[in-house]
Design a binder for this molecule. Structure first.
Ligand SMILES: C[S@@+](CC[C@H](N)C(=O)[O-])C[C@H]1O[C@@H](n2cnc3c(N)ncnc32)[C@H](O)[C@@H]1O
Length: 401
């Protein structure tokens, strides 16, 4: 068997344990969690399987160098020491993307530029000619992470981040990242066998991710990976991927469960319709205009998983935090009426939990980009132990707190 590479998969903060679990299912070994990602080992075929099937990872990185990198000269020295001629040829395009954490440098663009200079200089010296930069679709995407003065350099096997599945052709104001939507479903222990309802579906991300899980559809089946264009690994990766894609194609099934999506905004529904079509899910999800604070027109006997991320802030124009509390309270009232649905609700507003006035059975802290959120799980009201797990409605203070 070819040697196993040490790899690092990145994910939204708070979803690392879920990603570790997914990677293990996909055959990765030596799995170790870190803030913002998971280290693991995999041979090329296993790594490609991860790229094709992971629903939670944003990037799959292969670390190629690291070191103490003080000042601009330090950046250059660490990057210059990496044997780039093993990964690039003068005809391979590349790009450098840098992220900074507690760094002396203010601009990631400056760091990326210094690293690019070092790569170009080393390639000119060792290979006689420099490779070109292509910032849009590089063959080799170099990912740099500078934490303090510690620089880590990696190659991104997928290239474009894995949350870009290709179906988001229309955006709404606050769409969830595809990978975070998938993490919510995994946290809810959703397996694709249960009907799904998103009463505030926006552009439909949770519905697409749930339907793809139900269809056993590999989330990156419709896209290519940068590693296919790498000089050395590309010729090995292409036939392996052809087999993995054929196997993934064959394992698909028609979506066996109903899915319902509602939103009170016509434009959001239009985006959801377009995105579902792009995901190959036309006719799979019933989309309808609806207000989640009122009874939704669901078939009698409907049951399953309610999964959603309600608005966090006052985009509704309902009078600040006081208005949000009363909105969440009304959502809680309607949840009683959906008595055969368990729920997983991502909230970025600390007022949600008490205003919703149901007792959660689980709670997971995670980050939606820069927003600290809590994913709250609720048993179906008809199953909540000892009858409806209710608290008294919140008293809304006059100052809105
Ligand atoms: C944070 S967004 C959901 C984003 C969605 N998960 C996505 O990935 O695009 C919240 C959505 O709730 C909708 N919404 C707000 N109030 C609503 C209500 N009372 N009934 C139904 N939908 C509502 C908004 O129109 C918006 O599309």
């Amino acid at each position: 068997m070819p040697p196993r590479l040490p790899l690092f998969a990145t994910a939204a903060r708070g979803t690392e344990a879920l990603l570790a679990e997914e990677l293990e299912e996909l055959g990765a070994v030596r799995i170790r969690r870190h803030p913002g990602g998971v280290r693991f080992a995999a041979n090329l075929a296993e790594a490609l399987r991860v790229c094709l099937w992971t629903r939670l990872a944003m990037r799959v990185l292969w670390p190629v160098g690291e070191g103490e990198a003080p000042g601009a000269d330090g950046l250059y020295a660490v990057a210059e020491a990496v044997p780039w001629e093993e990964y690039l040829t003068p005809d391979t395009t590349f790009a450098v993307e840098a992220t900074l954490q507690k760094s002396e440098h203010a601009h990631s663009g400056f760091v990326a530029l210094k690293l690019k200079d070092a790569i170009v200089d080393r390639m000119r010296a060792r290979a006689g000619r420099r490779p070109d930069v292509d910032s849009r679709t590089p063959d080799v995407q170099v990912v740099a992470h500078l934490s303090g003065t510690w620089l880590q350099l990696s190659l991104d096997l997928a290239g474009e981040p894995l949350n870009r599945r290709g179906y988001r052709i229309r955006q709404t104001a606050a769409p969830l990242k595809e990978t975070l939507a998938a993490a919510m479903l995994r946290a809810a222990r959703y397996t694709g066998e249960e009907p799904v309802l998103d009463p505030m579906c926006g552009s439909g991300t949770l519905l697409v991710e749930a339907a793809w899980m139900a269809a056993r559809h590999a989330p990156s089946l419709g896209r290519h990976f940068a590693v296919e264009r790498w000089p050395e690994l590309g010729p090995l990766a292409r036939p392996l991927l052809a087999d993995l894609r054929a196997e993934a194609q064959a394992s698909q099934r028609p979506v066996p469960i109903p899915l319902w999506g509602f939103d009170r905004d016509e434009e959001a529904l239009g985006a959801a319709r377009a995105n579902l079509r792009a995901a190959g899910l036309t006719g799979t999800v019933q989309l309808q205009l609806g207000d989640a604070t009122h009874a939704l027109p669901l078939p009698s006997g409907a049951h399953g998983l309610l999964v959603t991320n309600p608005p966090y802030g006052d985009r509704l124009g309902t009078g600040g935090q006081k208005g949000m509390k009363s909105f969440y309270f009304q959502l809680g009232e309607q949840f009683d009426a959906l008595s055969a649905f368990r729920a997983a609700i991502l909230s970025g507003n600390p007022a949600f939990e008490s205003a919703f006035h149901h007792r959660p059975s689980g709670r997971l802290s995670l980050w939606n980009g820069p927003i600290a959120c809590t994913l709250l799980s609720y048993p179906a009201p008809q199953q909540a132990a000892g009858g409806p797990a209710r608290r008294r409605p919140p008293t809304l203070k006059a100052d809105g707190r």
